[in-house]
Design a protein around this ligand. Structure first.
Ligand code: G6P
Ligand code: ZN
Length: 581
């Protein structure tokens, strides 16, 4: 192995060499279609000869890289460092002038979005499969983001896919490996490479948004009765959390756990939900921690979870919207509008209606929020898939959401001198004003694609013939009757660029306002994953006992009816979901 100094020397002498661009012949691979969030496949698939190179060249063929500045980062998963070197070689050969790369190939997804915007880069390539497990036998992913810092729109990803189908060669230069663990500026062939600290810009960003002095004073004055635990699940957020919670907020080092990023996430599934983030759930329960939180592999998702208190992502974004004024960023800039993805509960709509904000329902996928933000019509938004964020960047932002909650709790407590308010107090206060949208999602992961297609066909047939509309279904378990009001296939016309996205999920609405959504996941790497989202609204006058019931209880009847009318178990050949959130 070459030592670092030797590598730098090699690099220095290399810059004096003529830079020949080589054209390497290749053949198209099938199935390089970016999904909801980039191309995600098993590592072994990416390791096939020219597979990764083909996709990267197809990205460059779909954009205008000449003279551009490009950001490269990711969640540090297995196969990331090799892929950074591949991108440098191919990018340089395609005319990229400057690469900004996170140290050790690490940059969280929100950090990349921030860096693209802050340094006015042309775009960025993120090496992540988000919350999917990592390691030699698990998943890898490549995602392209555009100059507003957000995921590429479908017009770009479709173009990339088209290029992958006809690619005949890719361009590359010969160059020694760039030492990714050394911060600094390097000449690299005809280009420049800047290796940057992964954390600093992001911490500065959050400090400009939140009231850190208020949070710090609240946490230090309640050090024993309001303890914080953040779990990085060995994803990318570890160093960011260490900086924010320990260095900036002054919390004890034990306030963060699993905060060393690992290429295989320690063998875990880095997804912040009640099933996969069990290290957080177990520690919170065992130690009675008042405020716990976790983030996913690439740092854009979050879960808020304290002792005896779970915040659904749908409620979380509604509560942040309700309390927006307590966050300096929104106090100063105002709230321009609110939004959620279609399957997300309507809790945030109620906040918008009460406060007179404009609000939007977009398809699943953070990219759909970007145009609204760029047009100055959207400030706070969220998705049921544990995504929460704002227009400070163009990705969802896990640690932003966690700090938002701490800011809100600190503000609420500043106005409550006699009683320490925790997560549940905020939840119950919210339900008392707005009512509660009971919400749950059932995931059926890696089921046969044919079964999933049959389920969709069954729903579409009912939609076309109207055979289910008006029918009443009574739950055997609860005796509650639900009458189908409507079935439709969700389509969206972007209010800004008027682009149309069809087939975004089948929605069944009921006479009492309840709703069930069926949708195929766009992020899986094998087989099909079916998601069923259920929502039932209860008005504030239902009383505390009803409003505070466990979600599973409040939704029991509706779930039974949804499974029956969709014949989901028959089509998928499974009895129970893989994950319930
Ligand atoms: C990614 C996107 C999210 C989206 C989610 C949906 O995480 O960034 O915006 O909500 O995928 O995933 P699914 O598996 O349901 O398509
Ligand atoms: Zn993610």
């Amino acid at each position: 192995m070459t030592s670092f100094n030797a590598q730098v020397l090699q690099l220095a002498s290399y810059t004096d060499m003529p830079h020949t661009v080589h054209e390497v012949p290749t053949k198209p691979y099938e199935g390089q279609k970016p999904g909801t969030s980039g191309l995600r496949k098993r590592v072994k698939v990416f390791q096939q000869e020219h597979y990764t190179e083909n996709f990267i060249q197809s990205i460059f063929d779909s954009i205008e890289p000449q003279g551009a500045t490009l950001v490269i980062g990711g969640d540090g998963r297995f196969f990331s460092p090799e892929t950074v070197q591949t991108i440098l070689k191919i990018g340089s050969a395609n005319g990229v002038a400057k690469f900004i790369v996170g140290k050790d190939s690490i940059l969280s997804t929100p950090a990349v979005s921030n860096i693209i915007r802050k340094y006015k880069a042309y775009g960025g390539i993120l090496l992540t499969a988000s919350h999917n497990p990592g390691g030699p036998d698990k998943d890898f992913g490549i995602k392209y983001n555009v100059s507003n810092g957000g995921p590429a729109p479908e017009s770009v990803t479709n173009k990339i896919y088209e290029k992958t189908k006809t690619i005949k060669s890719y361009k590359t230069i010969q160059a020694p490996e760039v030492p990714l663990s050394k911060i600094g500026e390097f000449s690299y062939g005809p280009s420049k490479v800047s290796i940057i600290d992964s954390v600093a810009d992001y911490v500065e960003l959050l400090e400009s948004i939140f009231d850190f002095p208020l949070i710090k004073s609240f946490l230090s004055s309640h050090a024993h009765e309001f303890r914080v635990l953040f779990d990085g699940l060995h994803g990318v957020t570890g160093p960011y959390a260490q900086a924010l919670f320990v260095d900036v907020l002054g919390l004890p080092p034990a306030s963060v756990q699993n905060c060393v990023p690992l290429p295989d996430f320690g063998g875990g599934h880095p997804d912040p939900n009640l099933t996969y983030a069990h290290t957080l759930v177990d520690a919170v329960e065992a130690r009675g921690i008042e405020f716990g939180a976790a983030s996913d592999g690439d740092g854009d998702r979050n879960m808020i979870y304290g002792k005896g208190a779970f915040v659904t992502p749908s409620d979380s974004v509604a509560i942040i919207a309700h309390w927006a004024e307590s966050i300096p960023y929104f106090k100063k800039g105002g709230v321009k509008g609110l939004a959620r993805s279609m399957p997300t509960s309507k809790a945030i709509d109620l906040v918008a209606q009460k406060k007179g904000f404009e609000y939007f329902e977009v398809p699943t996928g953070w990219k759909f929020f970007g145009n609204l933000m760029d047009a100055g019509r959207l400030s706070i938004c969220g998705e049921e898939s544990f995504g929460t964020g704002s227009d400070h960047i163009r990705e969802k932002d896990g640690l932003w959401a966690v700090i938002a909650w701490l800011n809100i709790l600190a503000a609420a407590n500043a106005a409550s001198p006699n009683k320490l308010l925790g997560i549940n107090d905020l939840l119950y206060a919210h339900y008392a004003i707005y009512g509660r949208s009971f919400f749950s999602r059932y995931d059926y992961e890696e089921v046969p694609a044919a079964g999933a297609a049959a389920l969709v066909a069954h729903l579409n047939a009912a939609l076309a013939s109207g055979s289910l509309t008006g029918t009443t279904h009574t739950s055997a378990a609860t005796g509650t009757a639900f009458t189908v009001a409507d079935i439709y296939d969700f389509a969206y016309t972007d209010p800004i660029d008027k682009s149309v996205s069809k087939n975004q999920g089948q929605v069944v609405t009921f006479a009492d306002g309840s709703r069930v959504v069926f949708r195929l996941s766009g992020t899986g790497s094998e087989g099909a994953t079916v998601r069923m989202y259920v929502e039932r609204y209860v008005a504030p006058d239902a009383g505390d006992a009803e409003l505070r019931r466990p979600a599973a209880d409040g939704l029991k009847g509706l779930i039974e009816v949804a499974l029956e009318l969709s014949k989901l178990k028959e089509f998928l050949g499974v009895d129970t979901p893989t994950v319930i959130t």
